[in-house]
Design a protein around this ligand. Structure first.
Ligand SMILES: [Zn+2]
Length: 322
């Protein structure tokens, strides 16, 4: 797909400079050089700035607030002459005391730290992802994703000992059994299944009323992308899928998914739902989708802007999937 990387979080060509991660001296020089910018994460939310909170804010490495961090910064890479790091200050209790931002699927709350610049605030990525520039989005997704991993992988999965951060934040190592652990990414297939002029959409229990999206599911060990697409669609709807092709991918750090967007052609159309998996599934025509996106539908509205489902459906409607 020619425009695959224009998807939200689709990448901006940021230089991760992975060759520097082993060089502790160089990493420390970059951090203290005066040209380092620190992306700040608090409980999964990046620090943003601007009136609408849609620009990534960064701090100098010696900003006093970064003293709240309980682990070293993670080296993200080089942005021109600037070295970019990320630091997690989740130890800050928040403006309203403990647990003020236990976020659900959609967290509209914003938090300002009193010692940070006046126009900065912590904003959940899901709330502003459609408005953030590609470079800011890539940095935010990297930082949110890598810290989500650190937060939940403090102990060795092999022996249970406490692990320590290495490779400038891109590895954890176990001092007891020497096992190395790397940031995990969970592949998810999400598929645009078509039958002529119609596309297969569904909704999960608990979604906002009227929200429909493409079917999706986690891949399993030993499975190809194509097989996962066919299995998930059959499990959820009993629709059989024939040919499957790759379209685009999207990092989705909630907490660690990679959405693999595919197109599949239906071989059967009768839907038999698995109520344990989904609440509803249906075929909708291009005209019905256009009505939903124009808010003319009484029963359905569009997949969320910024999601790869929205991106794939939009390109299907405009005939730009090639
Ligand atoms: Zn171990």
């Amino acid at each position: 797909m020619k425009r695959a990387e224009s998807v939200t979080f689709g990448g901006s060509g940021f230089d991760r400079a992975t060759e520097l991660r082993r060089d502790d001296t160089k990493i420390n020089d970059l951090l203290t050089s005066g040209a380092a910018r620190i992306v700040v994460i608090w409980r999964g939310k990046p620090l943003m700035r601007g009136e609408n909170g849609d620009q990534l804010a960064t701090l100098a490495f010696d900003h006093p607030v970064l003293g709240l961090a309980t682990a070293p910064p993670v080296f993200l890479g080089l942005d021109g002459h600037d070295a970019v790091f990320a630091q997690d200050i989740s130890a800050w209790p928040g403006p309203d005391g403990p647990n003020s931002a236990l976020s659900g699927m959609f967290d509209p709350t914003e938090q300002h730290h009193p010692d940070m610049p006046a126009d900065t605030k912590f904003v959940a990525l899901r709330m502003n992802m459609g408005r953030v520039s590609p470079r800011d989005a890539e940095l935010a997704v990297m930082a949110v994703g890598v810290f989500a991993w650190h937060r939940t992988h403090g102990f060795c999965a092999n022996c249970g000992a406490a692990t320590r951060m290495e490779l400038a934040g891109w590895q954890r190592s176990c001092p007891d059994c020497a096992r190395q652990h790397f940031p995990r990414t969970d592949p998810v297939v999400i598929m645009l299944i078509t039958n002529g002029n119609s596309v297969l959409v569904g909704r999960s229990p608990g979604w906002p009323e009227g929200m429909y999206s493409l079917l999706a599911g986690f891949m399993e060990p030993g499975e190809t992308v194509e097989a996962a697409v066919r299995r998930e669609v059959f499990e959820e709807t009993a629709v059989r899928v024939g040919s499957v092709g790759y379209l685009a991918s999207q990092p989705w750090p909630f907490p660690s998914s990679l959405m693999i967007g595919c197109q599949g052609v239906a071989e059967t159309t009768k839907i038999t739902m698995d109520p344990k998996e989904i609440e509803d599934a249906t075929w909708v025509t291009r005209e019905e989708i256009l009505d939903a996106w124009a808010n003319r539908s009484a029963t359905m509205y569009a997949a969320r802007k910024g999601s790869i489902a929205n991106f794939l459906i939009r390109n299907w409607l405009s005939d730009t999937l090639d």
